[in-house]
Design a protein around this ligand. Sequence first.
Ligand code: HEC
Length: 166
Amino acid sequence: MPVFTLTRIELPMAKCFPSSRPKPRFLMLGLALLLGAGGGAAWAQADVIAARKASMKRMSEQLEVMKPVMEARGDVSALATRVADIAEILASVPSRFPTGSDSGDTKARPTIWSDRAGFEKAAETTLAAAQTLRTAVQSGDASASAAAFQALGGSCVGCHRGYRSR
Ligand code: HEC
């Protein structure tokens, strides 16, 4: 992309104004800087995308571990640290989708940035659901926990419907 911009703009310019030919060394330096900056940014975004996918996966794994306990109406109080882990990740969700992290190996939909308020609201709602679950498991109430667990899962899916491509 930067290379393209340079060749398209600088070369016709050189033809129109032969007296002010761009100095090759200067151009090469500019090109190297642009490529360096662009390449670095792309790498940084790839890291952001990989890290956010890993954090989503981690929440999923936590839910998987919790599921049988919920279904059996088992010892839900033992799950408190897992719920806390999910809540911590959820609180970080908006910051894991910075501008520019919309392309590459990602299923993030453009709606995340075009409807930022809606996206952040979905993250907030899901965090609130995790906090409700946290209170329920801490109280040891298995059926309240099971209901809150369902609600949390539904909230995850709600965001995916609007903001993740299939
Ligand atoms: C505010 C929106 C939002 C919420 C809330 C949310 N997710 Fe996601 N999730 C996404 C988006 C967007 C992606 C796609 C990320 C990407 O591909 O870069 C995703 C991806 C995933 C993935 C796939 C990761 C991968 O390896 O590709 C899993 C699994 C997942 N989410 C689980 C969950 C679980 C479990 C919850 C609830 C505890 C949850 N998510 C809550 C938006 C959300």
